[in-house]
Design a protein around this ligand. Structure first.
Ligand SMILES: Cc1cc2nc3c(=O)[nH]c(=O)nc-3n(C[C@H](O)[C@H](O)[C@H](O)COP(=O)(O)O)c2cc1C
Length: 199
């Protein structure tokens, strides 16, 4: 399928078919692609947690506001976390190539910590975009979600140095999901308002 066809097929799924399981090779491919996500200066300030375990997924669903139902129905939940304890993250950075480490140390020395954290979180959103595009290319439906409770997620996943900021449900759409594009056409601002061409 071509990129535009995939973009039209992808939508934020609101109802999943509980009975459909994702083949393990597709999950492995999603992991491998996420691992290759690009980031500024190749800093890679993330952790991607793949949750298929029903018990843990149910606990996370209960900490996901209006997203609880979707997470319980979907076969897989991916949690996207960002480095939050910068002292701890420094140990990871110190193992990265010299040039990258120097760049990062320079940014850290010249930028307020709160701004460094915002910059690191932006990198994680790139990974969400990569995951959304990859999922639909693999024939999987998904829902990006900011509607989660990060502190509760961190407790459930026993995460200390990283902070969960996003989640993505993955599975197969329910036939009766009225939000799928064949039922509810995609809604976007006019193309000419958002795309400019300078030629
Ligand atoms: C960063 C981000 C966070 C989102 N959070 C949620 C969410 O918590 N729950 C939800 O149902 N949809 C969520 N969405 C889905 C958006 O509402 C959706 O992408 C938008 O309305 C466009 O619709 P489409 O994805 O079906 O094309 C989120 C999307 C993004 C990109």
């Amino acid at each position: 399928m071509k990129p535009l066809e995939l973009a039209k097929k992808r939508y934020s799924t609101k109802r999943y078919d509980r009975s459909k399981k994702i083949p393990q090779e597709k999950i492995e491919e999603l992991k491998a692609v996420l691992h290759l996500t690009p980031s500024s200066i190749n800093i890679q300030p993330w952790k991607f947690t793949f949750v298929s375990n029903t018990e843990v997924k149910t606990q996370l669903a209960a900490a996901s506001l209006h997203n609880e139902g979707k997470i319980n129905q979907a076969d897989l939940l991916i949690v996207f976390s960002v480095a939050d304890d910068l002292e701890e993250f420094q140990k990871t950075v110190n193992q990265l190539p010299d040039g990258l480490r120097d760049w990062y140390n320079n940014i850290k020395q010249t930028t307020p910590e709160s701004d460094v954290k915002v910059w690191l979180a932006k990198q994680v959103y790139i990974a969400l975009g990569v995951a959304l595009s990859t999922a639909i290319a693999l024939g999987l439906d998904s829902t990006p979600m900011e509607g989660i409770e990060p502190d509760k997620y961190a407790d459930i996943l026993n995460m200390k140095a990283y902070k969960p900021i996003l989640a993505m449900a993955v599975g197969y759409r329910s036939e009766d999901d009225k939000y799928q594009p064949s039922v509810m056409p995609k809604s976007r601002r006019p193309k000419e308002d958002v795309i400019e061409t300078v030629s």
